[in-house]
Design a protein around this ligand. Structure first.
Ligand SMILES: [Zn+2]
Length: 287
């Protein structure tokens, strides 16, 4: 089998397993419980899930979405998260799979691998945050602060492999590469922190949690300033449509809170998947 497909199949399996673990995080982190112990149990009857009932997606289909012990319904969110992660990991692995298959240099391989790992990690964190903010209005520090650290770690790792520029600058290429990501993280945090503070002063109540600011900082750490702007714009757009939909169908009034972190996560995913294309399309409009 060509190397290209082996990489993608490996990524898909890895994604499904990560999705399974992500489900545990989504259920437990907002409740302050350990994600390692105890083993997974049925939400309805508390029976420990048998290992053969814990296979991503497959078990859900075999059991037809019901617990083997009490026939209690298992949320469709579980297989959905697993499938989403499987697909995202395949997407993340595509550049590496292509590089791997065309017998590239060691440096190109390392850079493609690092990039793939960063995109996969970023998607894992964002899908988790999307679900947790939507379900429980929580953006746990384990994911946001942990995500900022991981994003900056990848920035450092990638900076060692960026091609050097022929002319002399004040910063070395490594410093410039990392510095931009660091500045983007800081900018993401400060923008939402300022908006949140302004809102509190003007309306006298908290409109945006600190988690949102940390989440946008994480987006900056992973993607840099340009794509951070794409993510923020997509978040505002989708959030506005969502709020308008609620208002028009009279399911909300002006005071109804919306889980903005979920929309920031959607923005981050869109930016990671298509950010560069959106930016070049936008730049093309002014040519
Ligand atoms: Zn049960």
């Amino acid at each position: 089998m060509p190397a290209f497909w082996i990489v993608l199949i490996f990524a898909a399996v890895e994604g499904l397993l990560s999705g399974s673990f992500l489900n545990v995080c989504i259920q437990r982190l907002p409740r302050g419980r350990s994600v390692v112990r105890p083993r997974s149990a049925c939400m309805a009857c508390g029976h420990t899930v048998r290992w053969f009932d814990n296979v991503p997606v497959l078990s859900f289909m075999v059991l037809r979405g019901r617990c083997r012990d009490c026939s209690g319904k298992i949320s469709l969110l579980y297989p959905a998260v697993e499938i989403a992660m499987g697909a995202w990991f395949v997407f993340a692995a595509l550049p590496f799979a292509k590089t791997f298959a065309m017998d590239a240099s060691g440096e190109q391989l390392v850079l493609a691998l690092l990039h793939g790992l960063a995109v996969a990690t970023f998607g894992f964190l964002l899908v988790g945050l999307l679900c947790m903010d939507w379900q429980r209005w929580v953006l746990p520090d384990e994911f946001t602060l942990g995500g900022i650290c991981l994003g900056l770690f990848f920035a450092v790792a990638e900076s060692f492999w960026v091609p050097s520029v022929p002319y002399k600058t004040f910063f070395t290429p490594e410093e410039a590469f990392f510095g931009k990501r660091f500045a983007a993280a800081l900018a993401g945090y400060l923008v939402l922190k300022c908006i949140g503070t302004l809102y509190r002063i003007l309306r006298g109540r908290t409109g945006m949690g600190g988690g949102d600011a940390k989440l946008l900082a994480m987006v900056g750490a992973f993607l840099g300033l340009e794509q951070l702007a794409v993510a923020f714009f997509v978040a505002l757009l989708t959030c506005t449509f969502f709020a308008l939909g609620l208002l028009l169908t009279r399911r909300a009034d002006g005071r109804t809170p919306v889980p903005f972190g979920s929309f920031l996560s959607v923005g981050g995913l869109v930016a990671a998947a298509t950010g560069e294309r959106i930016l070049s399309w936008y730049a093309g409009m002014f040519r």
